[in-house]
Design a protein around this ligand. Structure first.
Ligand code: ADP
Length: 167
């Protein structure tokens, strides 16, 4: 069985991520989306919330599972019994960073390969941080995320504004 992991922050999941998930789920027999538990990055959504949003958007894909992880990506891949790491490439700026990480991972664990999927051009400009920025300034994010995620972002931002207002 060809198993792969797709690790990332997914804070939150965008249509660009979903496109990669759908394509990777066709390339591999089984795909495990790994949500990085990265408190240092000060995410908008907790790891549990990010896992739950990913479960929702991938529920129609029977060979896709969502898990959270901390620590090294290659260790997570080994724990999952996967020998491939899927990453998405949007632009040359992604490439430099991704190549460095892939080479590093290869030295740490030569049995695990990184597979890059180039972005669907429709989503080449899309990142979780730009979606959050547009939403924070009241912009329309309906063409960047699913309606469920859109609603979750608005709720989260409203809660954040309320807590700032009452401080
Ligand atoms: P990380 O913090 O690990 O970069 P992200 O959630 O930002 O986590 O991204 C996870 C993966 O998805 C990365 O490989 C990233 O390049 C890829 N990705 C993000 N947005 C897109 C997109 N619009 N199209 C294709 N790949 C994307």
């Amino acid at each position: 069985m060809k198993k792969a992991i797709y690790p990332g922050s997914f804070d939150p999941v965008t249509l660009g991520h979903i496109d990669v998930i759908e394509r990777a789920s066709k390339l591999f027999d089984y795909l495990i989306i790994g949500v990085l538990n990265n408190r240092a990055k000060n995410p908008l959504f907790s790891v549990e919330e990010r896992v739950s949003m990913l479960e929702k958007v991938s529920e129609a894909l029977p060979n896709v599972e969502v898990r959270s992880f901390g620590g090294l990506t290659v260790d997570f891949a080994k724990d999952c019994g996967a020998n491939a790491v899927v990453r998405g490439l949007r632009a040359v700026t992604d490439f430099e960073y991704e190549l460095q990480i892939a080479q590093l991972n290869r030295v740490i664990s030569p049995v695990i390969d990184t597979v890059f999927l180039t972005t669907n051009l429709k989503y080449a400009y899309l990142s979780s941080s730009t979606v959050k920025e547009v939403a924070a300034f009241g912009g329309d994010i309906s063409s960047f995320v699913t309606p469920y995620v859109e609603n979750a972002i608005h709720k989260k931002l409203a809660k954040k504004r309320d807590s700032l207002g009452t401080e």
